[in-house]
Design a protein around this ligand. Structure first.
Ligand code: KIV
Length: 271
């Protein structure tokens, strides 16, 4: 007889139920086993293996360089840590745009080789065919509108998107189209709070915001930013729950001092 504790896993259907009953959805990023285990045990609903790994883990300036195989490496490490959370994996730049057949091949490779539960794609009407083709294979898709970092060279900056009426209307139409196409949820990044609330009220799938205000159905942050491991990046929307950059620097400096002073290891720390 199994002695394993029964842990209820979060499903895409449950996220939609949470929206219906007004319960906020929580999402954080993770790219490795250890961090994912802590976040999952804390009780998060969704873990996003974001292509922000390109910045946070690999030190690239943008999300563009990360490859499909690198995303699979990160995602499979995360999946091994998870008991409960839904794991969503970003399709990286160049693995789905402009070619729905390639999009499906990329999504299948992620699902097969990482064990993730869903994929996320950036964009609206221009990637409709890719989204529908992936969904036809039974792979859940999360959309992503507003600031879409894979298009940074088109936008030119990381400033707030959809402040003008025309772009706001296009975003609202795209959100409706993503819902009609079958996406189970949508990320809205860095847009005016009023517009984000309007989108969340106009569609029945959950809207998860980052820099999109409080009127949406859930929130996502990049974990390394919210625990203060990074310290150069301080946008208005970021709430820091820890200042790990400082406390980790202090710990490393203390270790260096202890070794240099021959204080570490002491008698009880050796065999
Ligand atoms: O890659 C990422 O971390 C993301 C979040 C910012 C939503 O897409």
């Amino acid at each position: 007889m199994s002695v394993h504790k029964e842990v209820k896993k979060v499903t895409t259907h449950q996220l939609q139920e949470m929206k219906r009953r007004g319960e906020k959805i929580t999402m954080l990023t993770a790219y490795d086993y250890t961090m994912a285990k802590i976040i999952d045990h804390a009780g998060i609903d969704v873990i996003l293996v974001g292509d922000s790994a390109s910045n946070v883990m690999a030190g690239h300036e943008t999300t563009l360089p990360i490859t499909l195989d690198q995303m699979i490496y990160h995602a499979s490490s995360v999946v091994r840590a998870i008991d409960r959370a839904l794991v969503v994996v970003d399709l990286p730049f160049g693995s789905y745009q402009g070619n729905s057949k390639e999009a499906l091949t990329s999504a299948i490779k992620i699902m097969k080789e990482s064990g993730g539960h869903a994929v996320k794609l950036e964009g609206g009407r221009e990637i409709k065919d890719s989204i529908e083709r992936i969904l036809s294979a039974g792979i859940p898709v999360m959309g992503h509108l507003g600031l879409t970092p894979q298009s940074i060279y088109k936008f030119g900056t990381y400033t707030v998107r959809a402040k003008e009426e025309e772009e706001a209307k296009r975003l609202l139409d795209d959100a409706k189209l993503l819902q009609e196409s079958g996406c189970f949820a949508l990320v809205l990044e860095k847009i005016p709070a009023k517009l984000a609330e309007q989108v969340a009220k106009s569609i029945s799938i959950p809207v998860i915001g980052i820099g999109a205000g409080a009127g949406v159905d859930g929130q996502v942050l990049v974990t390394h930013d919210m625990i203060g491991m990074t310290h150069e990046f301080s946008p208005r929307f970021l709430r820091r729950y820890l200042n790990l950059y400082e406390s980790m620097t202090g710990a490393f400096q203390q270790y260096i001092k202890d070794v240099k002073n021959k204080d570490f290891p002491n008698q009880s720390e050796q065999y």
